[in-house]
Design a protein around this ligand. Structure first.
Ligand SMILES: Cc1cc2nc3c(=O)[nH]c(=O)nc-3n(C[C@H](O)[C@H](O)[C@H](O)COP(=O)(O)OP(=O)(O)OC[C@H]3O[C@@H](n4cnc5c(N)ncnc54)[C@H](O)[C@@H]3O)c2cc1C
Length: 475
């Protein structure tokens, strides 16, 4: 990412977050975002309830490949609409890494509508804000207000939770709806226009529709796009992921305030940032530590080396953060990869279609990747409700693809864009960012902010979005 002032590319997604750069370059600042309307907010019929929409009688037999957030969400969304659904997963057991995940209102609104509210409330935290902290001393430089403001404004909260808890909640709902999840089933081939899937154990399945939620390394994406699919790529950054016992934090006088504070803490420095928050009902503290890495470096180092490298990466940083890192016993290192939004998301017949990371894996700098998979699923349910006959499947999937491509292409861009803002080296652009962030530290209303979690234009565009409304408008 280029952080030279004159080289920074200004985004095309709705955002006031780059106005500090426009001012620094003496460029005109737009009065308001012309794209506000693109958020597809529906004031009339909250919460989402596809059952109330126009329902056509066609019900499909559907195969879903992959039981991550994307696959399980799609299973819930489609089974609720009366389709017959089976999920196939290559792993022998369902599991998720022991790390946290943020669930923004555009996603929590949909999850609530699927009956997951009680499960989320039971095991998640509703943080008050994301506090941006200077790398050197932890001083507060920005403050994105989350709860209750987001819930009041957008009708649904911002949660943070353990990945395993979100995954368990989705899986429980899938089971409750009677959807079979078949484990140890690895796809080896598709007949893309015929709804045929071949598994490594030689089983062959033919259904009306195959939805590939097979993640960032998607085999289905490669098949649909051939040589044009470059596959996952990095941009020189990786994350260490770790959790720390909240009891250990409470026992340490330097850290105790963290256990007492319901906010996320985010330390920012050049090419490094640390996102941290309580998960597991407040029993563990989750750390995601972004840092530069070399290609292929990650596979070759031991767990002890990871811990040593992690600690030395933050030499000279806030003593509070250093102390937190001393409490870490085990860390995973994870490359930050993304894919270019592929040209083809579906076969001509519409009988094979990509969903979730397989279609749009993005940088995690706005914590929206899984949220986009949840939106995809809700949008798919709304689109299939428009199916008048099986012969219309190609058209319906093509409309779904157009709607989702437009949305996720911008969110993909916004995720990278936020990485640039988070990782500025100390210097004039960083000072201008921090100056612009000062408005967040007072009590007054914010009209714009470099902090995309707080910029009103970004918030409206991302969090008010209703995939069902967008789909229905496209028909
Ligand atoms: C560091 C980091 C932090 C993040 N934080 C957030 C966050 O806070 N909020 C957020 O919304 N998003 C976040 N994301 C993004 C989020 O994790 C992903 O977007 C999301 O998990 C993708 O879900 P998925 O179901 O599409 O893919 P996956 O979770 O990868 O699931 C794909 C599934 O398909 C299976 N599969 C693959 N190939 C086959 C095959 N051939 N046959 C059968 N099964 C197969 C796999 O085993 C897997 O279970 C983050 C990402 C990273 C890297």
């Amino acid at each position: 990412m280029n952080v030279e002032l004159d080289q920074i590319q200004l985004p095309t997604y709705p955002s006031g977050s780059y106005n500090f750069i426009r001012r620094l370059r003496n460029e005109a600042v737009p009065k308001s975002s012309p794209s506000y309307g693109e958020c597809k907010r529906d004031e009339t019929s909250n919460p989402i309830n596809n059952e109330n929409q126009l329902i056509f009688p066609v019900k499909l037999n559907i195969t879903i490949i992959g039981a991550g957030v994307g696959g399980l969400s799609t299973a819930i969304a489609l089974k609720r609409e009366g389709h017959s659904v089976t999920v196939y997963e290559q792993a022998l057991a369902l599991s998720e890494v022991g790390a946290g995940i943020q669930i923004p209102p555009n996603s929590s609104r949909i999850l609530h509508s699927w009956g997951l509210k009680a499960a989320l409330e039971r095991r998640s935290i509703k943080p008050t804000s994301i506090l941006w902290r200077r790398w050197q001393d932890g001083s507060t430089i920005g403050n994105a207000r989350l709860n209750p403001e987001l819930e009041e404004e957008f009708g649904s909260p911002y949660y943070v939770t353990h990945r395993a808890h979100l995954h368990d909640a989705l899986h429980e709902r899938v089971r409750g709806l009677g959807v079979p999840v078949r484990l140890g089933k690895r796809v080896e081939g598709y007949e893309v226009d015929d709804g045929v899937v071949r598994f490594s154990d030689r089983e062959v399945v033919k259904t009306d529709l195959v939805i590939a939620a097979d993640g960032i390394k998607s085999f289905a994406r490669k098949l649909l796009n051939g040589e044009r699919d470059k596959g996952p790529y990095g941009h020189g950054l990786a994350v260490y992921r770790a959790t720390v016992s909240m009891d250990d934090i409470r026992a340490d006088p330097l850290l105790k305030w963290i256990a007492d504070s319901p906010a996320l803490n985010l330390w920012l420095g050049h090419n490094l940032h640390v996102m941290s928050y309580a998960i597991a009902g407040g029993e563990r503290y989750n750390l995601v530590l972004t840092h530069p890495t070399l290609p292929n470096q990650i596979q070759n180092i031991s767990s002890a080396d990871i811990l040593n490298e992690m600690r030395s990466s933050y030499d000279g940083w806030d003593p509070v953060l250093k102390r937190l890192l001393d409490l870490v016993n085990h860390a995973l290192e994870w490359p930050i990869h993304a894919v270019d939004i592929p040209e083809r998301w579906a076969s001509n017949s519409g009988k094979l279609v990509l969903i979730g990371d397989s279609a749009h894996a993005m940088a995690p700098y706005m914590a929206l990747g899984a949220a986009m998979a949840v939106e995809d699923a809700a949008a798919m349910a709304a689109a299939l409700n428009r199916l008048g006959s099986r012969g219309e499947l190609g058209d319906v999937i093509s409309k779904w693809t157009a709607v989702r491509k437009r949305r996720v292409t911008q969110v993909h861009q916004a995720s990278f864009g936020h990485g640039l803002i988070l990782h500025l080296p100390d210097g004039p652009v960083q000072r201008a960012r921090d100056e612009a962030l000062k408005a967040e530290l007072g009590e007054g209303a914010i009209t714009e902010s470099p902090n995309q979690w707080n910029d009103p234009t970004v918030r409206e565009w991302v969090y008010a979005y209703r995939p069902d409304v967008d789909i229905n408008e496209s028909f």
